[in-house]
Design a protein around this ligand. Sequence first.
Ligand SMILES: *Cc1c(COP(=O)(O)O)cnc(C)c1O
Length: 370
Amino acid sequence: MANLICTETKEVYNTEVPRWKSDTGALLDLSITPFFDLEKIKSRAKCLWRYREALPIENEKNILSVDEGFTPLLELAFDNRKVLIKQEQLFSSGSYKDRGASVLMSKVKELGIKKVVQDSSGNAGCAIAMYSAMANIDCDIYVPANTSDAKLAQMKMYGANIHKIKGSREDTASAALEAARHHYYASHCRNPYFFQGTKTFAYEVCEQLNWNAPDSVVLPAGNGTLLIGCYIGFKDLLQAGIISKMPKLIAVQSENCAPLYHAFNKNENDISDIETQPTIAEGIAIAKPVRAKQMLQMVRETNGLFITVTEGEIISSVRLCGQMGFYIEPTSAATIGGLRKYLTQSNDEIIVSLFSGHGLKATEKIMKLI
Ligand SMILES: *Cc1c(COP(=O)(O)O)cnc(C)c1O
């Protein structure tokens, strides 16, 4: 059985009534006791639903799946150091957001919800729109007016209703919050079911390492959809006695928009207002991540750290990955830039990182680099 828990008051809600925030308006976490039968898992299709006893869907008939997940974990060398890179650019909609969307939209279907709202500057919107299309659920997506045409085209093809909002990324979030007063908010940063999907990244990494945890995992950090998911996933396996330690979570931000990096290094528990500059890594350009406190606490607890990357380092990593045969979007290259920095300050560790999104998402941006 799963419960929803208020992150502020710890009040507990059941999961049968649709809700995405607490009565006081605070964020919710999902509490679930995951179960892992390693033999059964091994016998199933190579997709994230092989861990279904650890996922919060009651009835299998509600699962929305295209056999997503179980992406390859390739050994690659960066600057002559071997690392393991998970191929998260290979999902149907072009980014790892499909993990969260598959689980969240399956729950939406299970709850009998007919319409969702979401706000996104790109990939999360694409993933939610894709699974909404599969389930015939109405989907309204609020996007900043400057969202790239490629991502808008993709959302529209999936049949989503697009609402372009002028102003900042925060203005878009406010417009979606307003709409969410009347409709279910399938938010990738607020809705706890999304993180129940992204946690499967950690499950897969450990299974691919014969049920061992790596020493560190280098992850992007904007809203933390993967960072928080990873923490939950590794914690589940630790508590089940399957792995024996938590890996260090190494979180990468763009130097031009690094609220968490600054709070972390000032030893603060929450972010403060910071000045930001535009960055080519638009996907992680989040000045006010709503789950900042959780992200800071999780990185600290694992003895991890925050790293920032410059625009130059991001661009050089887009190019380097291309030369190695991997076409990734600039947001994705920011993580690789951070990984390369981390390699200069670590020794014989088993390090896992990822390509988070496909290069075809960002043709216009990449054209400008050529
Ligand atoms: C969503 C996303 C990220 C990570 O962003 P968060 O805001 O931390 O969830 C990184 N790369 C790509 C391609 C993404 O779509």
